[in-house]
Design a protein around this ligand. Structure first.
Ligand code: ZN
Length: 258
C-alpha cells in the first residue's frame, strides 16, 4: 500500500510533467465529473499532503486524489489515443506529457481555496515543509490509552505512515505495537525515526529500512511473519490491529518489542 514516501514522489512526478503547462486534455472517468473538462487551464503545482495528492489548476480548482490501497499515477509522453484500461479514473495531459491515474481511492474536484475542507483534518505531514514534531507528539498524547501501533497510523495525528513504516518504526524503537501511547517514553524520538525512514525512501522506488536493498532484506519485520528476527532470531509475528473492519496488519518481534 502506498505510504507517504510514494505519494511524495508521485506528487513530484506530476509536478514535473504538468506544472506551468496548459492542459490540452482532461478525462474524468468518474460519474460525478464525467462532463468536466480542464482543457485550457494551466496547472500551477502538484503537492502531497500526507497520503493525499493535490494538483492545483488555474481558476481555484484542485484535483484531489488519494491512492488508497491499489492506486497509482503514471506519467509518460502524451499519446494520441486515450488509455482504454477500465481501471483508469483520471487523465490529465498537456502537449508533451500525460498523467494517468488508476484505481484511485478518491477523485474529487474542489476549490483550491477550500482544500482544508478535504485535508484540514490531517496532522503534521512527515514529509511536508511545515512538519511539526511537537504538534504530532501533542496529538498522539491526546489519546493516552490508544495502542501506539494504531495511533501512529491515524493520519489525524501525523500524516504519511502506513503499515510498513509503522511496523518498522516500532521495531527500531523496541516498542510493542500493543503498548498504550502513554507508556511510550520517547515519543519524539519514535516520530523522528519514522520521518527519517520516509525521508530516506522518498527519492527511490522501493522501501528499504535496513539499508540493504537486496530482495528479502529490505525490512526488519514488515512482511516477515514466521521468519527469524534479524537481531535476536525470534520468529516475527503478524496480527491485525485496530477497530473492527478497520484492522491493519502489524508485524513485530515479541522479544525485541516487549
Ligand atoms: Zn528480535
Amino acid at each position: 500500500m502506498p505510504e507517504g514516501d510514494v505519494v511524495w514522489r508521485t506528487a513530484r512526478q506530476l509536478h514535473e510533467a504538468l506544472a506551468g503547462r496548459v492542459l490540452t486534455h482532461s478525462d474524468f472517468r468518474v460519474p460525478r465529473y464525467a462532463t468536466v473538462s480542464l482543457a485550457g487551464r494551466a496547472v500551477t503545482e502538484s503537492v502531497s499532503r500526507g497520503k493525499h495528492l493535490l494538483t492545483r489548476v488555474d481558476g481555484d480548482v484542485t484535483v484531489h486524489t488519494h491512492l488508497k490501497m491499489e492506486g497509482s499515477w503514471r506519467v509518460g509522453p502524451v499519446t494520441r489515443y486515450p488509455p482504454r484500461d477500465h481501471r483508469v479514473r483520471v487523465v490529465l495531459a498537456n502537449d508533451t506529457w500525460q498523467a494517468v491515474g488508476q484505481q484511485l481511492g478518491i477523485v474529487e474536484l474542489i476549490r483550491t481555496s477550500r482544500e482544508s475542507q478535504s485535508v484540514g483534518h490531517l496532522g503534521p505531514d512527515l514529509l511536508g515543509p511545515d512538519w511539526d514534531a511537537d504538534e504530532a507528539v501533542r496529538r498522539l498524547a491526546a489519546s493516552p490509552d490508544r495502542e501506539v501501533g494504531e495511533a501512529i497510523m491515524d493520519q489525524r495525528n501525523l500524516a504519511g505512515i502506513g503499515n510498513l513504516y509503522k511496523s518498522e518504526t516500532l521495531f527500531l524503537r523496541g516498542v510493542s505495537p500493543w503498548r498504550r501511547t502513554a507508556e511510550v517514553d520517547a515519543m519524539p524520538e519514535l516520530v523522528e525515526v519514522a520521518r527519517r525512514m520516509l525521508e530516506a525512501n522518498k527519492e527511490r522506488v522501493g522501501q528499504v529500512t535496513t539499508g540493504n536493498p537486496a530482495r528479502g532484506e529490505q525490512t526488519w519485520v514488515y512482511g516477515r511473519a514466521g521468519r527469524p528476527c534479524r537481531r535476536c532470531g525470534t520468529a516475527i509475528r503478524r496480527a491485525d490491529q485496530g477497530p473492527a473492519l478497520e484492522e491493519r496488519v502489524t508485524f513485530w518481534c515479541p522479544r525485541c518489542q516487549p
